[in-house]
Design a protein around this ligand. Structure first.
Ligand code: SF4
Length: 439
């Protein structure tokens, strides 16, 4: 499996409207994990955004397609010239796909079909399902690459290198473009989102009419001005994270934090070499809930890390009961090629890992069921993700796409993906909510 992101070459022709389309396609491709190649040589696939408005533009477009076919051979055509698909196919029968103007989702879909991103659970931030074309109404926003930590089970720092934060004005511009293209929810991702800017010493950049530091708080504040849902993933419980909780209480950032705690026993966390392993996390959670009572905290955990004793595991279960997290995922520890934890002593036998995983999931289910039952009877805001013949499937502010729960609206077949509305919660189970439109 290749560890590098597939590269897309891009030829943009035509008027400013076509250029905006090109920007949107590129933004979407970057958000879904593709790199852009400046040359035909380095590209795994080439997109030609054409113009057919006047004869000279038409000729230029045909010329660009021919050049891309000769130089690369893996070509997707989009834009105004799609009206002449038959002629294009006669000239170039091996063209991969032709899509019309402003069909940016279709173009991104064709790129994903031609050079799919293979999900790697040990490296990817986006869930395997999330690598599929994200609908127009939500997008991943990657703010940095790499990581400065040395968690024993993780190979990311050795593959992706140390933390490299993207300049804040570029991240905010990308966010703005996504919003202009119809995105209503930004999912902020990085290996360690809360470390944003540390590597560039919080460098100041010009943004609009002001100067803004490349820093976690300023990023959240900037995103909060866009008027869309902003959801924070992969945040570590550093003290400065407390500063963004008031932005959640004010409605600028969603009341949602994805904090990969991984464990609760201090000795396991120390063996894992987790960042902020000494943080008093229960006190932290309480402080966050005091500022923003509606905050949802999601997390992932590893059971059966080498050296995890029965006592460590009991500490984890008790912590889970007390923490009352909204959503949790749990993995059984596995060796990953190249990880330092492989050579740690006292690996936990497979049956014991399995047993601990089942006990963990049972407890997590009880907690989730309890947390969700408290939403019944409330009016909440949701966004619609899917509509089928049975009704609409939405998500609340407490649920990220692909990894958290749903809000089902039975019989509501007239709604559209991306609709944001207020609903009345009528029922809950271990993972999901059911609701009705407010009359
Ligand atoms: S914080 Fe730890 S687990 Fe996360 S990317 Fe860095 S080294 Fe890996």
């Amino acid at each position: 499996m290749t560890l590098r992101a597939p590269k897309v070459g891009f030829v943009s022709l035509g008027c400013p409207k076509a250029l905006v389309d090109s920007e949107r396609i590129l933004t979407k491709l970057r958000a879904t994990g593709y790199d852009v190649s400046p040359s035909y040589d380095g590209a795994d696939v080439v997109v030609v955004n054409t113009c057919g408005f006047i004869d000279s533009a038409r000729e230029e477009s045909f010329g660009a397609i021919t050049e891309a076919m000769n130089e690369n051979g893996q070509v997707i055509v989009t834009g105004c010239l799609a009206g002449e698909a038959e002629t294009i196919r006669e000239l170039h029968p091996n063209i991969l796909a032709i899509t019309g103007p402003q069909q940016y989702e279709a173009v991104v879909g064709e790129v994903q079909r031609a050079v799919p991103i293979k999900a790697n659970p040990h490296l990817d931030l986006v869930p395997a399902e999330g690598v599929k074309l994200t609908p127009r109404h939500y997008s991943y926003l990657k703010i940095s690459e790499g990581c400065n930590h040395k968690c024993q089970f993780c190979i990311i720092p050795s593959i992706r290198g140390p933390l490299q934060s993207r300049p804040i004005h570029k991240v905010l511009r990308e966010a703005e473009r996504l919003v202009e293209a119809g995105c209503q929810e930004l999912l902020v991702i990085a290996q360690d989102t809360s470390a944003y800017g540390l590597d560039v010493k919080y460098k100041e950049e010009s943004w609009k009419d002001r100067t803004i530091a490349t820093r976690f708080y300023e990023l959240c504040e900037g995103l909060g001005e866009l008027g869309v849902w902003n959801r924070l993933h992969y945040v570590y419980p550093y003290p400065h994270v407390d500063e963004v909780i008031p932005l959640m209480a004010e409605g600028k950032i969603l009341p949602y934090l994805d904090v990969p705690f991984q464990h609760a026993s201090p000795s396991v966390l120390k063996n894992m070499r987790r960042p902020a392993f000494q943080a008093k996390t229960l006190e932290r959670l309480e402080a966050w809930r005091n500022i923003c009572p509606d905050i949802a905290v999601r997390s992932t955990f590893i059971v059966g890390f080498p050296g995890e004793t029965d006592e460590d595991f009991e500490i984890l279960l008790e912590w889970l009961e007390e923490a009352q997290l909204n959503r949790v995922g749990c993995f059984q520890y596995e060796n990953v090629e190249g990880a330092r934890s492989n050579s740690l002593p006292d690996h936990v036998p497979a049956e014991l890992k399995e047993e601990r995983w089942h006990r963990f999931m049972k407890k997590a289910q009880q907690v989730s069921s309890n947390v969700l039952s408290k939403k019944v009877g409330r009016d909440i805001e949701i966004v619609i993700d899917e509509v089928d013949e049975e009704g609409a499937i939405g998500r609340s502010v407490w649920d990220a796409p692909e990894i958290d729960g749903c809000v089902f609206l039975n019989g509501e077949t007239e709604l559209r993906p991306g609709d944001r509305l207020s609903v009345h919660v009528t029922h809950s189970d271990e993972y999901d909510l059911w609701a009705e439109l407010r009359s």
